[in-house]
Design a protein around this ligand. Structure first.
Ligand code: CAA
Length: 286
């Protein structure tokens, strides 16, 4: 299917990533249906989209009229069945294979046969997600980066059975959304997380060894390498639960100690210290 035939984009999940994906799709002129599992999460997600668009207006990236038009394109729902109206659905639920497989099986049942089913997974296999559908050639990875409206990359992940036509749709979508594409084979962590995850886990190991304070590690990376955020600030930003899911998934496949989550990370997630979104991670947020 060509991009000009895509009118309605579905987004499964309205968390940090889902809300950003819904926002950029609405701003690009698509009708967007975004689904959450309960009223409270849906309201929070829609509030996050509105706040992000308001910030874009404040920064002069969007006019007030464009914001209202984009907002008018977004419809929240609690029903998976509403994805029957979609030509493309992007899944952005929790980074857990059984949960994602269930979502893909349901989408396959509900969506029209021409619809492309994409996952925003940051580490899991696209081929495996495709295997629970009757349309593996239309299953693809669209990995966005947080914050989605700001980060200019779209990592497209090609499963073993993904068709060339589906990849072409991904490239065209990226152009509409003003994102630059990189293409990765379906291997754990793709390009970005294959390199990012060992680096972040090593920062925790450095802290646990007592080599330096987390503030100094962050300052060293920010000022010594010109990264916008040091590793601890970035981990809090990504979410420690998400980081742990990704690390565990990568360790499971590679069995390489570079991807083994340090115990401190696991304990922090168990304590509910998930980073910025929960008010506490490595740092504390007001
Ligand atoms: N819509 C459009 N533009 C927006 C916006 C919005 N909602 N909010 C902010 N912006 C723009 C601003 O106008 C500004 O642009 P200019 O420089 O042209 O003025 C730019 O975005 C930066 O915004 P701020 O000044 O508000 O913020 P900042 O300079 O403090 O940067 C940041 C914030 C972009 C988050 C920066 O700290 C950063 O890049 N951090 C690293 C983020 C990162 O690495 N993300 C990837 C995480 S990994 C991941 O997502 C994938 C995974 O699988 C784990």
């Amino acid at each position: 299917m060509a991009l000009q035939n895509v009118r309605t984009v579905g987004v499964v999940g309205c968390g940090l990533m889902g809300s950003g994906i819904a926002e950029v799709c609405a701003r690009a002129g698509f009708q967007v249906i975004v689904r959450e599992v309960n009223e409270e999460l849906l309201r929070k997600g829609l509030d996050r989209i509105r706040a992000s668009m308001a910030k874009a207006v404040e920064r002069g990236k969007l006019s007030a009229a464009e914001m209202e038009a984009a907002w008018g394109h977004i419809r929240g729902t609690l029903r998976m069945e509403d994805f029957a109206a979609c030509d493309l659905v992007i899944e952005a639920v929790v980074e857990d294979m059984p949960t994602k497989k269930q979502v893909f099986a349901e989408l396959d049942r509900i969506c029209p046969p021409h619809a492309v089913l994409a996952s925003n997974t940051s580490s899991l296999s696209i081929t495996e997600l495709g295997s629970v559908t009757r349309r593996p050639e239309k299953v693809i990875g669209f990995h966005f980066f947080n914050p989605v409206p700001v980060m200019p990359l779209l990592e497209i992940v090609i499963g073993l059975q993904t068709a060339e036509e589906t990849v072409a749709l991904g490239r065209a979508l990226a152009e509409r959304l003003n994102k630059t594409v990189v293409i990765s084979k379906d291997r754990p962590g793709f390009i970005v997380n294959r390199l990012l995850i060992p680096y972040l886990l090593d920062a925790i190991r450095l802290l646990e060894e007592g080599v330096a304070t987390m503030e100094d590690i962050d300052t060293a990376i920010r000022l010594g390498l010109n990264h916008p955020m040091g590793p601890f600030t970035l981990m809090d930003f990504v979410g420690l639960d998400t980081l742990l899911f990704i690390a565990d998934a990568m360790f499971e496949e590679f069995k390489d100690p570079r991807y083994a989550a340090p115990p401190l990370l696991r304990r922090m997630v168990a304590a509910g210290w998930l980073g910025r979104k929960s008010g506490k991670g490595f740092y504390t947020y007001a």
